[in-house]
Write a protein that binds this ligand. Structure first.
Ligand code: AMP
Length: 594
């Protein structure tokens, strides 16, 4: 059978694996290494080098060696302000490209080179062609970043079967689906370039992301920079003033090495032979000094964790587990911080570098049928809602919500004496109902009453298979209808992309139209109320005042037929002003009567 591989396409390192005899295994390359540095070197002579070979070129030819490109995936120029040894080019607002080896590359083209290597490694280990993959991304990657990741897979000749959230993958790898009835876990993921904290709820094999926070610009690279800064200062004190891109690259390489060593040892020697001509540099660095440098850099993780807990409406003590993902969680300081923030020792049963990849493999196993009894949550690709007064789309489940999900809203009747509503279920991102896709309609009978007296609850429920059930209930009588709609998840990527493009393209007009529709509903009510009041007051109103109000009514009617929200709102405010005195009169009359 056609195998599906699981891939963790990391900022610093990437991994690939596959199900074998019912187990998730990671695949080693020809050198016996499972971690492939996500580094690509473009050179005129040697062509494209990937992984460790490229990593070795980083020190000698940093300008042609691209690392941490994940930070630029699906980003536009100006959105990302990280310093890189290679140039990031493009006009403001254009897709960011990197320049290396005399050419400009989109980040997904660079990532595709890493994926090609992983594909080759998997093929030589498995002895068959590999064409399908599951690839992981940070939980809060936006659509453009996810699409760029998918394209990277396609450019490498892989059909991307699923883009999987990294924390979900990690929780799968930790076997947390077996924790019992219901459990809640925090996935703390600190990698080379990104920090991600997600709170998940697992219920009988179903994973739900309750909240996620993070920072795409916080990770081990920042600590490396702080260490390199410390080394540079010590070099300067020693009278070594060498500068330049090559020196920087060596400083960084050494910073990474000593950082790793200090996770095991209390003190290490920083060694930079022949860093300036024939001069070498060497100094002692202790774990304590490293922690002094790293603590302020890493401090923001605390706020992200607390916010994630707050968004999930949980206290740290409600969590059953805290799991660690990402190479940086090997650092003792990071583990202490996690323990302090969550008030419990984190679970360290998995290798933090491999958990996400193993989870991707398990998900590939779910798709191929090799793994059963796990339902992995998907997200809704487009918003779901119903049509309300004036043909406006009222969103009930926003796009990108994790499924299964249940959400509802209360609606009322617009017309007195009305005894039936038509529920029109829609999918899409446009403001007006008619621009979205119709999933179906049905009618609900309810007890007739005055305007806005009825209470009709509408609930949307999407199960783990993506099937949407819509329930409408008259809360007064309990009469209800439950209707099953088509799959809310099975929409082709091209259709989703088209819908999103259109929603962006028409965003301005759409919002204008929605605002106008909503304002015109109010304007009509105002006109009706003013008409009734004028009739009721009769001669009690002076001729001049009456004429002023009638003028206001005419202006508002004109604005209503104009179609623009600005003048409509202005005319409403004007009529409101002109009727202020009349409203006071009415109140007085009512008080006298009472
Ligand atoms: P990832 O993006 O998950 O591959 O994480 C890579 C980051 O973890 C890089 O900043 C590495 O320098 C860092 N890292 C890996 N191993 C260790 C270690 N033993 N001690 C400290 N940091 C590490």
């Amino acid at each position: 059978m056609d195998p599906i591989v699981g891939i963790d396409l990391g900022t610093t390192n990437s991994l690939v694996g596959c199900m074998e005899a019912g187990f998730a295994v990671l695949i080693a390359d020809a050198q016996g290494e499972r971690l492939t540095p996500s580094v690509v070197h473009f050179s005129a002579g040697e062509g494209v080098l990937v992984g460790r070979e490229a990593e070795r070129k980083r020190a000698v030819d940093p300008g042609s060696t691209v690392c941490s490109v994940k930070r630029f995936m699906g980003r536009r120029v100006g959105e990302e302000s990280v310093e890189t040894p290679y140039p990031v080019v493009g006009g403001m607002g254009e897709w960011a490209r990197v320049e290396a080896g005399g050419r400009r590359w989109l980040p997904e083209e660079v990532s595709a080179e890493v994926l090609k290597k992983l594909k080759r490694d998997a093929e030589s280990a498995l002895g068959v062609e590999v064409r399908r993959a599951v690839i992981t991304v940070p939980a809060y990657f936006n659509d453009a970043q996810r699409q760029a990741t998918r394209r990277a897979g396609e450019l490498a000749g892989l059909q991307v079967e699923r883009i999987l959230n990294e924390p979900t993958a990690a929780a799968l790898a930790y076997g947390l689906d077996k924790l019992g009835e219901r459990s809640r876990v925090a996935v703390f993921d600190l990698g080379g370039g990104t920090f991600d904290i997600s709170i998940l709820e697992l219920n009988r094999g179903v994973f739900e992301v309750l909240s996620t926070h993070g920072n795409t610009r916080l990770g081990g690279d920042d600590v490396d920079r702080a260490i390199a800064g410390w080394i540079r200062d010590r070099m300067r004190e020693a009278g070594i003033l060498e500068a330049g891109i090559w020196v920087e690259a060596r400083l960084r390489g050494e910073a990474v090495r000593v950082k790793h060593r200090l996770s095991e040892e209390e003190q290490v020697r920083v060694d930079l032979p022949f860093i300036a001509g024939d001069r070498s540099f060497s100094a002692e660095l202790t774990r304590q000094v490293l922690e002094g440098l790293a603590a302020p850099v890493l401090e923001p993780v605390r706020g992200h964790c607390l916010r994630a807990l707050r968004d999930a409406k949980l206290e740290a003590s409600d969590l059953n587990e805290v799991i660690l993902v990402g190479g940086m969680t090997r650092m003792p300081l990071v583990r202490q911080m996690v323990e302090q923030i969550f008030g419990r020792e984190p679970n360290r049963s998995q290798n933090p570098d491999e958990a996400v990849a193993l989870g991707a493999v398990l998900q590939a196993g779910v798709l191929s049928g090799a793994v059963q009894n796990v339902v992995l949550l998907d997200v809704t690709p487009l918003s779901l809602g119903i049509e309300t007064f004036g043909g406006v789309m009222n969103v009930i489940i926003p796009r990108n919500s994790t499924i299964p999900i249940k959400a509802g809203e209360m609606f009322t009747n617009a017309v007195p004496g009305q005894s039936q509503v038509r529920i029109h279920v829609l999918q899409g991102e446009r403001e007006m109902a008619r621009d979205n896709w119709s999933l179906g309609t049905f009618d609900l009978e309810f007890e007739a009453s005055g305007k806005a007296q009825a209470r009709i609850g509408v609930q949307f429920e999407i199960d783990a298979d993506g099937i949407l059930q819509v329930l409408a209930r008259d809360t007064k009588t309990g009469v209800e209808r439950r209707v099953e709609m088509a799959s809310a998840v099975d929409v082709s990527d091209a259709a989703v992309e088209k819908m999103l493009e259109e929603s962006l393209e028409h965003a301005f007009e759409d919002v204008q139209e929605r605002v106008f529709t909503e304002a015109s509903l109010k304007a009509r009510e105002l006109l009706k109320a003013v008409g009734t009041a004028l009739a009721r007051l009769g001669d009690a109103l002076e001729g001049e005042e009456r004429a002023g109000i009638e003028e206001g009514i005419r202006a508002l009617e004109e604005a209503l037929s104009g179609g623009a929200p600005g003048p409509l709102k202005k005319a409403m405010a004007e009529l409101d002003r002109r009727t202020e005195h009349m409203a006071a009169l009415l109140l007085e009359m009512a008080a006298r009567k009472g």
